[in-house]
Design a protein around this ligand. Sequence first.
Ligand code: OSB
Ligand code: MG
Length: 368
Amino acid sequence: MRVRKITLREIHMRLLSPFETSFGKSDLRRILLLEADVEGIAAWGESTAGENPFYSYETVETAWHILRDHLWPLVRGREIAAASEVWDLLAPVRGHNMAKAALETALWDAEAKQKNLPLAKLIGGTREEIPCGVSIGIQPTMDGLVAKVEEALASGYQRIKIKIKPGRDFEPVKALRQRFPRIRLMVDANSAYRLEDAPLLKRLDAFHLMMIEQPLGWDDIFSHAQLQRQIETPICLDECIHDDEQARAAIEMRACGIINIKLGRVGGHTPAKRVHDVCQANSIPVWCGGMLESGIGRAHNIAMSSLANFSLPGDVSASRRYWAEDIIEPEVEVSRQGTIRIPSGPGIGYTPRIDRIESLTKRREILE
Ligand code: OSB
Ligand code: MG
């Protein structure tokens, strides 16, 4: 396949309610969408880079720059035999995985559409439906938190994750555990703690959480290994894992019992599959993380989650949890059992609503 042109768009979408993590609050999302014209087929990807460099060093601005000035020149005019080759073509650029993922995932969508296959099938997925959880931001009040959890459970979601930060950790978890003794519950700290906080984190062991996600430094696997020796709750790494080699290192060091895979963090479907495979070979379960994506990124997450070792419920939830109106047709729906059915249409299996995307577009650049 040959990519004729790519269109970068920045769209703005307001979240139904602000999402607070230990590193800040998100309300108006700025989302970079990439549309590739591959021999007449329109294929789509999303960069999960944030508005600010707080989750990782990438932002919408850096992703735009890297895509236009460094990644597009690597694929422009080239005959590409398969989407599985794209990751290696992009290798001269170090890092910037969220920028890479926008392009890499779009070319997987293109190949699947060319072959008239669902993307999940093309990447080797075997699941027909995937288990879903929710990620609940830090809430202003405890009653508000309980209400959010009740609502998610009533919708059928299979596990509840809450965001924590220093001062908003032990008490909310304790309150939820008392109210909901049996639910699958976990916490995500987004690197808000230090190894010296081990005694505090150890107190969370009493609440038999499924896992504690990324308590320590965003690039510090070693300290997580030291923490894991001191607590019973399995550590799940998110921010720390950018490729399969880091996954292997973390597993060998016993820094975690679980890994969260995000397409943007690792750079696309090919590197995601590599992390998935290393984890599978070492009996480490994985799940799909979320980055408050629009329907396009969400659709790619659903396809990735069809791989066999995605055995734990992911942060892949219904469109309506985030948006009054999504940019795909149909929107992502979650069943009463807390599952999403893998779509059977070609490519990502959801159709981008061009009119709506156009109306949300704040900036556009066509690269030929
Ligand atoms: O750490 O998983 C995270 C959102 C933004 C940045 C980082 C994270 C998150 C979430 C939300 O937890 C997951 C979602 O999209 O539902
Ligand atoms: Mg996380």
